[in-house]
Design a protein around this ligand. Structure first.
Ligand code: SF4
Length: 400
């Protein structure tokens, strides 16, 4: 992640002594699924370990792959990439009709640090990014100039994408350059395809992450048509380690991503609005005692404006904390309710407006009329039911 010096220093102060967590395609996808959340934006920009933070404030997330799944995924990836991606080239040709001929293979990880989720060695990453830019630009240009030339496969490329004013480093598994010059993002995943079907949620997550890579590569090459909108997912077939390749169309994800990236507030603007002494340091001292206790971390989190929505439960490690914090607020009921009840912040206010025990402000008049109508219709339907078929106490009778 690259920032201007002043912003970088500020983010380091927030994070404290621990090593930063690196933004990646998954965190960008999650960030763009809730672009109004300043809390997540600041934590991700500072590289704070949200999973660790959630645990420290008493709301562990339980996110992440099991160690067993990680090891299995690494073995599978190694198998697909073995011998200069021989197996992958066969899959592309035989299963997808994507013939790269006697393609060249280059491991761009050899140009610098191959990141593994720890501290970013920016020197190594810079070298790897520079090598990736040069190699991919040249390969796409040469392949376009001579459609008869064989294709190329690049392992461990490092791309960059501007996210809210920061350059974020991204690591697709592979980029395949087809004769003629079209590039394909190839992602190797460990979730299985069983009887031709994969887990829909996992495919959707892989698609939005791959769309992040497509966008970054398009911006690098300066031409949208130079990168295919169909990404290649390689997964284990059935219950074996036999790989199977499928194409996934990410045009819809690209549209959403570009729209949401444009809506993100710049990180320096978010930082300007925060107290200078804000700290979310998860370090422990020599005796193993946390530098900041749970109360201090909770207090600091409270200074970062959040925008909780039910979708956070599947995308953000802090979801249980934020859900608890925003209990009783209408926004916790979802985007639809938030939009319908614009200006009505709490469930208690909504009930008061619905039952006429609270007078609406000017900007609540429309929502109040809707709530009163809903309450009246609900009461009428309820009254028409036989007593034993009626549901339990209404919120008005039993409290929210
Ligand atoms: S869980 Fe909290 S921090 Fe994460 S995106 Fe939702 S509101 Fe933001």
């Amino acid at each position: 992640m690259r920032h201007e010096g002043k912003t970088e220093a500020r983010l380091e102060r927030i994070r404290g002594a621990v090593s930063p967590r690196r933004h990646n395609a998954r965190t960008i996808a999650a960030l763009t699924s809730n672009p109004g959340c300043g809390r997540r934006a600041v934590l991700d920009a500072a590289g704070v370990d949200k999973d660790g933070l959630a645990g420290r404030v008493g709301y562990p997330a339980g996110f992440g792959q099991s160690p067993f799944a990680i090891v299995r995924g690494n073995v599978f990836e190694k198998q697909v990439k073995a011998d200069g991606c021989t197996e992958l080239l066969r899959l592309l040709r035989d299963q997808l009709g994507l013939d790269l001929g006697p393609a060249s293979y280059r491991d761009l990880g050899a140009s610098g640090e191959v990141a593994a989720g720890g501290a970013p060695g920016e020197g190594g990453l810079d070298a790897r990014h520079a090598a990736s830019v040069a190699a991919l630009t040249e390969a796409a240009r040469d392949a376009a100039a001579d459609p008869a030339a064989p294709g190329a496969v690049f392992d461990h490329p490092l791309l960059r994408l501007d996210v809210a004013g920061q350059e974020v480093s991204l690591e697709p598994d592979l980029v395949a350059v087809q004769p003629g010059g079209v590039c394909h993002i190839v992602e190797i995943k460990s979730f299985p395809v069983i009887d031709g079907q994969a887990d829909g949620e996992k495919v959707a997550a892989a698609a939005i992450q791959a769309a992040v890579y497509v966008l970054a590569l398009r911006r690098l090459l300066g031409r949208a048509e130079a990168v295919a909108y169909e990404v290649v997912l390689v997964c284990p077939k059935d219950f074996s380690n036999t790989p199977i390749a499928t194409k996934v169309d990410v045009r819809r994800q690209l549209l959403i991503l570009e729209h949401q990236l444009a809506r993100l507030t710049r990180i320096d603007s978010l930082l300007d609005a925060l107290p200078d002494d804000l700290r979310l340091d998860l370090a422990v001292d020599d005796a193993g005692v946390p530098v900041l206790d749970a109360a201090a971390l909770t207090g600091a989190l409270g200074k970062l404006a959040a925008r909780y929505a039910p979708g956070c439960l599947s995308t953000c490690e802090l979801a249980f904390f934020c859900r608890h914090e925003s209990a009783g607020r209408t926004a916790t009921l979802g985007v639809g309710v938030r939009e319908e009840l614009g200006g009505v912040e709490t469930v208690a206010d909504a009930l008061g407006l619905a039952h006429g025990t609270r007078a609406p402000d000017d900007d609540q008049a429309e929502a109040a009329a809707r709530l009163r109508t809903t309450a009246r219709v609900y009461a009428e339907v309820l009254a028409s039911l036989p007593a034993r078929s009626r549901p339990g106490p209404t919120p008005r009778e039993g409290g929210p």
